[in-house]
Write a protein that binds this ligand. Structure first.
Ligand code: EPU
Length: 291
């Protein structure tokens, strides 16, 4: 049986989740494995199973509120080959660890339209697939031809028809996505670039993009209302617990203005939830993942 020593090249110990997440919050993960290709992923996953080590996959860490206690197990973060994006005509095979921003800019450069709606969204292709990231202009699912997952010790490609996508949800939840085949439409490069810039500018003017956060905290409730608008109308902008603050720019963001602890953010989430319930009778569901 392999031992930890066999993974020295791709293993780090006691890595603070604060350094792995955009919220900049969270205690240490005991191990961080960064497999660079499928063979390494297979041996890491086999080792973790054999050694009964609890593990979970982490991508860009942009939608996670990690606990102050950290994680007494192993995190697996895809690296190396999994960051590649290879274009082929109107399609691209994108590794799960490729930054979404790279997908947006590289497709735009090639005059391929479809990813503009993802402009300004942080994180990786894998994370964006699993949670069907998107916004007002479209979502990740619109690009998907097939997704390759790693399960049972091998990779398995699922066509879009075998997958289900919904608002900030997909049937890929809980699975290890390694890559996806995405399809675009040919369009004028200048027009694509302009759309990317416009969407990004709109985001920048309405969202606190320069402060540590995990993006929107709550899903928009069913119907037409926006969680941000409800929190704003309830008068909660600027509400704080410790250094965790309901953003004065966009009320569905909680920002870490310094040394916010996970418990501060959790307490603030509960206050927001109960005040919105009191004011409008609406229960907000979390969009971010609590680890
Ligand atoms: N609004 C307020 N006050 C606020 C925030 C928003 O009154 O503090 C109003 C806005 O003026 C607008 C309406 O609420 O009339 C909707 O706001 P916005 O256009 O910002 O959209 P959203 O529904 O709040 C969604 C996504 C964002 C995405 C934007 C733009 C969710 C939970 N949020 O926000 O996604 O960037 O559309 O496409 O679906 C994320 O998922 O992390 C995220 C930031």
């Amino acid at each position: 049986m392999p031992c930890l020593k066999d993974f020295e090249e791709i293993l780090e110990r006691d890595v603070p989740l604060a350094t792995l997440t955009s919220f900049r919050i969270g205690g240490a993960a005991k191990y961080l494995f960064e497999p660079r290709n499928e063979a390494e992923l297979a041996s890491v996953v086999a080792f973790l199973a054999e050694s009964d080590t609890p593990w979970r996959l982490i991508g860009g860490g942009t939608n996670i509120l990690a606990s102050d206690e950290g994680f007494d197990g192993a995190l697996v973060r895809l690296a190396g080959d999994f960051r590649r994006i290879e274009f082929d005509g109107l399609a691209a095979i994108a590794g799960a660890a490729a930054p979404l921003a790279a997908l947006v800019s590289q497709s735009a450069e090639r005059g391929l339209s479809g990813a503009e709606c993802l402009a300004g969204i942080p994180g990786t292709v894998g994370g964006a697939l699993v949670m069907n990231a998107g916004g007002r202009w479209g979502q990740m699912s619109g690009l998907v031809e097939s997704v390759t997952v790693f399960e049972g010790g091998a990779s398995n490609t699922l066509s879009a028809g075998q997958l289900r996508f919904n608002y900030r949800w997909s049937s890929l939840e809980g699975r290890v996505v390694v890559s996806a085949r995405l399809v675009f439409e040919r369009a004028d490069q200048q027009e694509i670039r302009q759309r990317v810039q416009q969407f990004f500018a709109e985001k920048r003017s309405s969202q606190p993009l320069s402060q540590p956060s995990a993006g929107c905290v709550f899903k928009n409730p069913p119907g037409d209302s926006s969680a941000g608008a409800l929190i704003d109308k309830a008068g909660l902008k600027g509400l704080s617990v410790g250094d965790a603050v309901v953003s004065p720019i966009h009320a569905n963001y909680i920002v870490n203005t310094g040394r916010a602890a996970s418990r501060d953010v959790r307490a603030l989430i509960e206050q927001v939830r109960s005040r919105v319930k009191e004011a409008f009778g609406i229960e907000l569901d979390l969009e971010i993942e609590l680890w």
